[in-house]
Design a protein around this ligand. Structure first.
Ligand code: NAD
Length: 494
């Protein structure tokens, strides 16, 4: 039964000022899941005002206390993991096994960020003058705007929101319009653990009417964005104009290198999981396999077998191994790339079309697809497809494989399968992505390590890990002179 949901602004549940709503649809069945406020600039302004009004008291709340609240939130999320995973699967399609992982990442992030409340280390350093103390501390920036994609509808928002809050900022959050219910859950959970009103606000709606006004609103000091390159670049341009800090996490074209000494069965299983998990809609999805020419045919055979054996269906069914794409637009996009592949001369070795059959008629299902005879410069080897499609490119040597891997506009994740320790260390040194795996696929980041990419994937920030506070804090330097004199640095003692 469809439910009616609200924005969460200043601790109150409210509809869009215009009264407009949009529908949230199950991509596996087409069923209506709920109606959400189709908000606009006036709702963004109300949320920004509420966040600013709450800022001072939140900043003066001791950081360890802010952390304790996140710790309680983590425990509450853990206690509702199954409910949350089911809601995420219903609204975006990936299988329950994976949405449970998505929610668990939120729990891990809550505990990690909670600990920062008792660390958040500054630095002390000797002054060059006698009887003078010098140190630097992190301070919050103000109101943080968070705009996210739909593929990790719980985990990704928590990577941004929890560090921002523990640092003493307040937040205005716009969840993806494809996964609004997870944003609603987050607000409900914050309310239940007693977060003061206005510290965290959720405004539902689309990018044009809610996201863009957030970017432009002068009362939002920092923007943290996860999504496509096209939108990220627009946001970065606008933030450059207004001098607003912006952290961007965008696309990937992640490669797995498979050398001729690799365990091919292991590599094939990792490629299948990396390429077809979350229906290929992960920023870290394996979308290229760069395989030594001596083992190419054998590896293709193993990956094709795994692709063809996958059971498609609703992610809520325990036997399903791959769910639908998130919406009709994604289906159209992935289908369009099949024509691109054909025009470029690639061969479809598995899949290649919309998946039909019993139980799949009403959803946006696409067959797990293996493309071979792909050359490194082809569009299917360069552009993010964001669907269950993997392209095989042949390499002649380790150096050749690394060069092919590095030759894309993106730089998020890469991996190498090899039994040779020298090859592994060479790859760790020479692969130019933000994340490199050895004998493991391109997905599976853990929250206590920095996350992010080089080149077109981002703008230099890293989320999570020991870098989690960097986007959401400023450094303030403090000098205390207890000499009782006017001491002139660089002058009096030189
Ligand atoms: P998208 O860019 O279409 O949308 C992302 C968010 O931006 C949504 O909330 C959307 O409503 C909002 N938005 C759209 N237009 C906007 C505008 N003009 N101004 C402000 N906000 C706007 O991306 P998507 O389809 O939701 O997500 C897929 C993309 O996200 C892929 O490229 C994927 O690689 C990327 N992604 C990256 C990471 C990462 O950490 N690097 C993680 C997950 C997803």
């Amino acid at each position: 039964m469809s439910q009616s949901f609200h924005n969460y602004i200043g601790g109150r549940w409210v509809g869009a000022r215009s009264g407009a709503t949009f529908q949230n649809i199950d991509p596996a069945t087409g069923e209506l899941l709920g109606e959400f406020p189709d908000s606009g600039a006036e709702d963004v302004a109300a949320a920004a005002d509420a966040a600013r009004a709450a800022m001072r008291a939140w900043q003066l709340t001791p950081a360890p206390k802010r952390g304790e609240l996140l710790f309680r939130l983590g425990a509450l999320i853990a206690s509702q993991k199954e409910t949350l995973a089911q809601a995420a699967t219903r609204e975006m399609g990936k299988i329950l096994l994976e949405t449970r992982g998505d929610v668990q990442e939120g729990v891990d992030m809550a505990y990690l960020a909670a600990g920062e409340g008792r660390r958040m280390y500054g630095m002390t350093t000797p002054s060059e003058m006698p009887d003078k103390w010098a140190m630097s501390v992190r301070v919050p920036i103000g109101v943080v705007g968070v705009i996210t994609a739909w593929n990790f509808p719980f985990a990704v928002p928590t990577w941004k929101i929890f560090p921002a809050l523990v640092a003493g900022n307040t937040v205005v959050f716009k969840p993806s319009e494809e996964t609004p219910e997870m944003g609603w859950h987050l607000a409900r959970l914050f309310e239940e653990v007693g977060l003061p009103a206005g510290v965290f606000n959720v405004v539902h709606g689309n990018g044009r009417n809610v996201g863009w006004p957030m970017v432009q609103h002068p009362g939002i000091d920092v923007l943290s964005f996860t999504g496509s390159n096209a939108v990220g670049q627009q946001i970065a341009t606008e933030c450059a104009r207004t001098g607003k800090r912006v952290s961007l996490e965008m696309g990937g074209k992640n490669g797995v290198i498979v050398m001729d000494d690799a365990d091919l069965a292991l590599a094939a299983s990792a490629v299948a999981w990396g390429a077809f998990g979350t229906t290929g809609q992960r920023c870290t999805a394996t979308s290229r396999v760069i395989v030594h020419e001596r083992v190419h045919d054998e590896l293709v055979k193993l990956v094709v077998q795994r692709a063809q054996a996958l059971r498609l269906g609703s992610g809520l069914e325990p036997t399903t191994e791959m769910g639908p794409l998130v919406n009709a637009k994604q289906l159209e996009r992935v289908t369009g790339y099949m024509k691109v592949a054909a025009d470029e001369g690639a061969k479809v070795s598995a899949g290649g079309a919309r998946a039909t059959g019993e139980g799949l008629q009403s959803g946006f299902f696409f067959q797990p697809t293996v493309l071979t005879q792909v050359e490194r410069g082809m569009r299917v080897a360069q552009e993010e497809i964001f669907g269950p499609v993997v392209s095989f490119v042949k390499a002649k040597s380790l150096e050749d494989a690394i060069a092919i891997n590095n030759d894309t506009p993106f730089g998020l994740s890469s991996s190498i399968f090899t039994a040779n320790v020298n090859a592994a260390f060479t790859a760790m040194r020479d692969l130019t992505t933000g994340i490199v795996y050895v004998n493991h696929g391109t997905t599976g980041a853990e929250t206590h390590l920095p996350f992010g990419g080089t080149r077109g994937t981002g703008n230099g920030h890293r989320e999570a890990g020991h870098t989690m506070l960097d986007a959401f804090t400023e450094w303030k330097s403090l000098y205390v002179d207890f000499s009782g004199k006017v001491q002139r640095a660089q002058i009096d003692n030189n």
